[in-house]
Design a protein around this ligand. Sequence first.
Ligand code: PLP
Length: 362
Amino acid sequence: MSTSKSPREVLGWIRPEIRELQAYHVPPAAGLVKLDAMENPYTWPPQMQSAWLERLSQVSVNRYPDAGSSELIKQLQHTLAIPADAGVILGNGSDELIQVLAMAVAQTGRAIVAPDPTFVMYRMIATYTGMSYRAVPLRQDFSLDIGQMLAAIEETQPALVFLSYPNNPTGNLFDRADMEKIIKASPGLVVVDEAYHAFAGDSFLQAVGDFDNLLVMRTLSKIGLAGLRLGLLCGPPLLIDELDKIRLPYNIGVLTQVTTLFALQHYDSLLAQTREICEQRQEMLAALKVVPGVTAYDSAANFILFRVQSGHANQVFNGLKERGILIKNMHANGGLMQDCLRVTVGKADENQAFLAALGQVL
Ligand SMILES: *Cc1c(COP(=O)(O)O)cnc(C)c1O
């Protein structure tokens, strides 16, 4: 039972770059109006709920799931109109697919390039896999600095480029022609992350196949299935086949497969909710734009980024929380996110509660 090692010495085996990381922080939200995580606020109609439970009751949890999720992939190809000649790989959330992508290309000295600010997991996963990460600042109006992007690509010859379309946390769609320039100039894989596609009205999915290095990633999280964890990546079959070797064989559980199939068969209900969220977004944006001291930015996603007076972001965030509203404070990220906060579009009454509380706090 005796050991010559101290806990500190054992910890020494954890790579230094991992020990320096801050774990992804999910704040407790119990009792709060939750407008921090881009969730769909709506549940399913009672009839749909009971039909779903009926379906679940027939599942054999004693058996492993279909390792290739073949029926689910077929349904996704149909419902999402994925090009027939594209390969598809599923992940336990698109976060897992980002990890699969990085693991497939990671090698000492290899780089990931992405604009900044953008989705934080790109940088986190670059660190997990020992890759270097080049963040290229967006312009003041959140557009791509195409000159700087192309220069970073030329210089680092990245194995992977991530473009969030629309971008989280800024909410805008980048210029399509700029995106195509990046895809053409990139020596490695370019992933267009369309997590917010349902709210955006534009997509690169039909362009898969036009470029040998283009992959398009989607998730069902933002359209109402965040608790389920299902993401998908579409791209040239030769590439997808290689990525599939890294995917753990049973990464999509049987409950997820059955539930997603069911949800896709009721896709109209999800789309109706999405349309409602888009309407709410426009109302909320119009309301925010007339609040003195607030600059609200147009959004092609289910959240709105807004800026408050210099030095006031923390006070606004805390004041909202005291009044029962949880949003996301982006201020600590610095750079373009100084004085910025991000609010998810919720139900009409939640958005009203947010606007009322904001009025009090300012
Ligand atoms: C939310 C989000 C994801 C993660 O989605 P999951 O499928 O829930 O893992 C990916 N990319 C962007 C840009 C996001 O905002």
